[in-house]
Design a protein around this ligand. Sequence first.
Ligand SMILES: [Zn+2]
Length: 122
Amino acid sequence: MTLAVCVRCGESKVGAFTPCARCGLDPAAHGTDKELQAKSLLLTDRYFPGGELEAMGRKLRAGELVAFDSAKLAELVEELKTQKLPIVSKAAPGCSIIGWALFGGAILFVVGVLWLWRARGA
Ligand SMILES: [Zn+2]
């Protein structure tokens, strides 16, 4: 589990490439924007251990600009271009399919109960 902070709004989240629950920014969806992905990777507890990451998040939430280490950023952009780093949110579509399947199952159940209830009443 990687603790991360949204690069746009500073919301805390789990995983550098997971979509932000607050502003909806999804770094994994920006496949061509390597700088955004590199910043997302930088804003994790991997690079800012302990309270540092939380401090970065607070700054972003307050609307302050966060200074990124440009050398580190360039290095991460290169790594992303050469695909040395795995994009971790590959599991997300699978999860949502299961979510939708459960949702569909729940609707079928409700329809079935309503149908039985109507059949009994008639
Ligand atoms: Zn956000």
